[in-house]
Design a protein around this ligand. Structure first.
Ligand code: APR
Length: 241
């Protein structure tokens, strides 16, 4: 363990951290992309071609997330505890569109791929909370435009959110921890290379199995997130003395 007290930490999370809360990953054998095709539900073209079908895909996931059965797990809670106890900044950058990090208590949080429990008006840009289904004829409460409401998620071919804030956090961190992501989707998959260009940064992968970029990390720990993340956080906090 080379992370030292008083140094900033960036944690990148992916679908694997929410798997034990009951949410599917994308690229595992039982993942979402084994059931539906990316090009049918997760691109601007898909939404232009079949807005009702795309809404239905997100409506189903949104209702489930808001329904009360999905709760943060020990890994989300451990990261929130780390943020509270660590004597420097802990920034969680998540690719996940669920709200489990914030429900666990994380506050310094970036949703780079958007948020399932929000929708956005393509006409005026308003972003509003939403826990229910959305249809193609929806009226925007801000500008009144009909049919311009879309999920507030980043589709393939679109720019992730808050990249400037993420870049600043990556450039300032002494420890980078990647949790539950397969390392297939950029720019997130390239964060480890960005931090590695500064030789003193300690890069750690916590995942069920080695990701695409596993060889680029200085430390790797494999196992379920609910076990390896609390153990890793306990080790970091224990080193504070
Ligand atoms: N604990 C830890 N890791 C797990 C667990 C678990 N219980 N279960 C699965 N994993 C790991 C898998 O081994 C895999 O490496 O989580 C990773 C999930 O990878 P993906 O399904 O590819 O998810 P992610 O990396 O978050 O996908 C990135 O792709 O489709 C887009 O926008 C979507 O944000 C998503 C992005």
């Amino acid at each position: 363990m080379t992370a030292s007290a008083g140094r900033h930490i960036v944690v990148l999370t992916g679908a694997g951290i929410s798997k034990e809360s009951g949410l599917s990953t994308f690229r595992d054998a039982d993942g979402i992309w084994a059931e539906v095709r990316i090009e049918d539900v997760a691109t601007p073209d898909a939404f232009a071609r079949d807005p009702a079908g795309v809404h239905q895909f997100y409506n189903t996931r949104r209702r489930r997330l808001a329904g009360g059965d999905i709760r943060p797990n020990a890994a989300h809670v451990a990261l929130a505890n780390l943020e509270r106890a660590w004597p420097a900044n802990v920034t969680v950058v998540t690719q996940n569109i669920d709200d489990l990090h914030e429900r666990a208590g994380s506050r310094n949080l970036v949703h780079m791929h958007g948020e399932l429990l929000k929708v956005r008006c393509s006409a005026c840009g308003a972003v509003v909370p939403c826990t229910d289904s959305v249809g193609t004829e929806e009226l925007c409460g801000e500008c009144g435009t009909k049919g311009a409401i879309r999920p507030h998620v980043v589709w393939f071919g679109e720019m992730p959110l808050e990249l400037d804030r993420i870049d600043a956090a990556l450039d300032a961190c002494a420890t980078f921890v990647s949790i539950g992501t397969s390392g297939n989707v950029y720019p997130a998959a390239g964060f480890v290379d960005r931090v590695r260009s500064r030789s003193h940064v300690h890069a750690v992968e916590l995942n069920l199995e080695p990701s695409e970029g596993a060889g680029r990390f200085g430390e790797t720990v494999y196992g379920p997130a609910t076990e390896v993340v609390p153990a890793f956080v306990a080790r970091l906090l224990g080193a504070l003395g």
